[in-house]
Design a protein around this ligand. Structure first.
Ligand SMILES: Nc1ncnc2c1ncn2[C@@H]1O[C@H](COP(=O)(O)OP(=O)(O)OP(=O)(O)O)[C@@H](O)[C@H]1O
Length: 307
């Protein structure tokens, strides 16, 4: 069965005068995904989210939400919840009254629903405390509760854990996992910390300078970061012949400067070295490598290529 697409973005571009903030970005988000948008400061993450949320207009390109171009279906945003930049809280009101103000403005005030959402977001016991006295984590959770007021199926969150301490990050992460797994929401979350996103994301789009660098699933990311044996030899062509024919290695990569990454049989370095030396290949160095998520991301967003 074909998965339902919640968001399809085609060649979306945003220019600010002559500056290209977003350059022909195309991504697709399937129902049920936790889609991580990852990129350094200024990469264009917020710009993409603003375009999708109709808070800014594209210079070119288009997108569909729930299979509809927003211009063709004025009600499509009823199915979307958005938390971008700040949540627009009234500092002199408590959490309940902030929720009440927003729901009154939306024409959907329902006391029981607000209490349920506050409980869901871990704010059941904050009572009369004014939001100006909330911690960053509480403010973020209230922002998410407000974004849930219209019962969205798709939630767009711009850097929801930015500036939070580890406890705050954990609370937001647990809330997002609950929303995705128990309430079935599809999530689009931006971050510049891949390690943090990797704890919940099922898919990733890496963007750099407004351009899409890579789209990949969490399995593909795991595969790219998996263990390998790195060997430095004097002659990689001769070494590769030996690896294939004598050691039965199939899964390997030859990098620049006679460096080879071996992904299978890497648990038998002594045999690999012995076979190479017996066939007159000089082995200068041999190490076990595991690329951390952060290394991978930095290499993708830096000038180096990751093999
Ligand atoms: N209204 C605007 N006018 C001019 N330039 C803008 C405007 N909004 C964003 N930009 C520029 O577009 C680029 C992308 O900005 P954007 O806020 O989308 O990046 P980001 O990936 O969300 O970064 P951050 O993690 O810092 O929020 C930046 O260089 C930014 O300065």
């Amino acid at each position: 069965m074909m998965a339902e697409n919640i968001l399809e973005v085609y060649e979306l571009t945003k220019m600010y005068n002559h500056f290209t903030a977003l350059d022909h970005i195309s991504i697709t988000i399937e129902k049920g995904a936790v889609y991580g948008l990852i990129g350094q400061n200024g990469a264009g993450k917020s710009t993409l989210m603003k375009l999708i949320s109709d808070l800014a207009h594209p210079s070119s390109g288009s997108f569909k939400l729930f299979g509809h171009a927003p211009n063709d279906d004025p009600y499509v945003y009823r199915r979307v919840g958005v938390l971008i930049e700040n949540s627009g809280l009234y500092p002199s009101l408590n959490a309940f009254d902030n929720m009440k103000m927003k729901s009154l403005a939306m024409g959907c005030f329902n006391r029981a629903k607000i209490l349920n959402l506050l409980a869901l977001c871990g704010l059941k016991d904050c009572g009369s405390k004014l939001t100006k006295n909330f911690s960053m984590g509480m403010k973020q959770r209230l922002g998410i509760a407000m974004a849930l007021l219209n019962d969205p199926e798709f939630l767009i969150l711009d850097e929801p854990t930015n500036g939070l301490d580890p406890q705050g990050i954990l609370e937001i992460r647990n809330l997002l996992i609950k929303l995705n797994r128990e309430q079935g929401l599809t999530l689009l979350i931006s971050s510049h910390i891949l390690e943090e996103l990797s704890k919940i994301a099922t898919h990733y789009a890496i963007i750099k300078n407004g351009r899409l660098v890579e789209c990949l699933t969490s399995d593909e990311l795991f595969e790219k970061c998996k263990d390998c044996l790195e060997i430095h030899v004097d002659d990689s062509s001769k070494a590769v012949l030996c690896l294939e024919q004598q050691c039965g290695v199939i899964n390997y990569n030859v990098l620049a400067k006679n460096v080879i990454h071996i992904y299978d049989h890497y648990d038998k370095p002594e045999i690999i070295v012995k076979e190479l030396v017996m066939r007159d290949v000089l082995v200068y160095n041999i190490t076990m490598n595991k690329l951390s998520l952060e290394d991978y991301y930095l290499k993708k967003c830096g000038d180096e290529d990751v093999d």
